[in-house]
Write a protein that binds this ligand. Structure first.
Ligand code: TYM
Length: 330
């Protein structure tokens, strides 16, 4: 039997090249070898207020992006989290197996606390819902970006704790990170910070819908350094801007960083930027073409969602029933 992959993305705003490199590009590769279950995490997105029409539209947009990225809805399961109520049911049970102290330590929550006005309990509970997402499907591996590592660790701890009391109910999942230095693509204007779709400075991010002119302008203005002579080397500590451009280019071209360092020996930062612009534009134009092809067929998108949730529910029910039985719910 094939091993199981589970991952999710929140339908909030336009996806960035960071989401693609850190998550979606892996999703596509993994479906060759594993049975993959990919989820549009709409319940997670409610932790920040969403307008109804925009959320509706974002869900369909993201599904069309999945398809444009080459994810096959027939051999895998693509579904919307809120269509499978078992996630929320397991979430409650896992709440009762999670310590207040461990959830308080989540760095993403602490960061969000510092810049959101509306600190709701959903924001706090979010990693436990994510644990429910993962554990419901006997997931072996979870492809994510670096920012989600702590949440996967928490998931593992909750699963160990539960299994310790009740036996081997949950599979203990492992993370998978992009293996070509792409597990954390950084902001273009501040390469010490993650590129994030919620960044208010749009010059910091390349989103998947940026046209050629915008990509050009953003990469041209990306922060580098003032080393003289210029040196195109991957060095996260001393050259975070250059390292970030190298990571983006490596993932757009499928070249290793070492290969790129070799290619750009004795070249200047402008050369690196030009090449990054060309490859990004090429990639984004192709992706968008496919996206528009799928996005216009809402009937097909809705069919995928319906079919996906039906299949997801079947899998989720098996584990949820086991959990209910073992803890004594009749
Ligand atoms: P979300 O929607 O914030 O991000 C989706 C995926 O993109 C990755 N990512 C990045 N990777 C590299 N560089 C970046 N700059 C970058 N920005 C984002 C994220 O790590 C993530 O893999 N909680 C999750 C969604 C979720 C989930 C799950 C994931 C819900 N349930 C179960 C895995 C398993 C989230 O908010 O991702």
């Amino acid at each position: 039997m094939k091993k199981i992959i589970f991952s999710g993305i929140q339908p909030t705003g336009l996806l960035t090249i960071g989401n693609y490199i850190g998550a979606l590009s892996q999703w596509k590769e993994l479906q060759k070898k594993y049975f993959c279950i990919y989820c549009i995490a709409d319940l997670h997105s409610l932790t920040i207020y969403q307008k109804k029409e925009i959320l509706n539209k974002n869900i369909l947009d993201i599904l069309a992006i999945f398809l444009a990225c080459g994810i096959d809805p027939e051999n895998n399961i693509l579904f919307v989290q809120s269509h499978v109520p078992q996630h929320v049911q397991l979430n409650w049970i896992l709440n009762c197996f999670t310590n207040f102290g461990e959830i308080k330590r989540m760095t993403q929550f602490k960061q969000k606390m510092s810049f959101h006005k509306n600190i709701n309990i959903g924001l706090f509970n979010y990693p436990i819902l994510m644990a429910a997402d993962i554990l419901l499907y006997r997931t072996n591996k979870v492809p994510v970006g670096k920012d989600q590592i702590q949440h996967i660790e928490l998931t593992r701890n909750i699963a160990y704790r539960f299994n310790h009391i009740y036996g081997n109910i949950f599979t203990i999942p492992k993370k998978i990170l992009n293996h070509n230095n792409g597990s954390c693509i950084m902001s273009l204007t501040n390469p010490q910070k993650k590129m994030s779709k919620s960044d208010s400075n749009k010059n910091s991010i390349i989103n998947l819908f940026d046209n050629d002119d915008i990509v050009k302008q953003k990469i041209k203005n990306a922060i580098t350094d003032s080393d003289n002579p210029p040196s195109i080397k991957y060095d996260l500590k001393n050259k975070p801007g250059i390292s970030n451009l190298l990571a983006i280019l490596a993932n757009m071209t499928n070249c290793s960083i070492e290969q790129l360092e070799q290619n750009f020996k004795n070249k200047n930062y402008n050369n690196l930027k030009e090449s990054t612009i060309n490859h990004l534009c090429l990639f984004l134009n192709k992706l968008r073409k496919k996206y528009f092809f799928y996005r216009k067929d809402e009937k097909y998108l809705k069919y995928i969602m319906m079919n996906g949730s039906k299949r997801a529910k079947k899998h989720a029910n098996i584990i949820l029933n086991k959990v209910y039985n073992i803890i004594g719910l009749i």
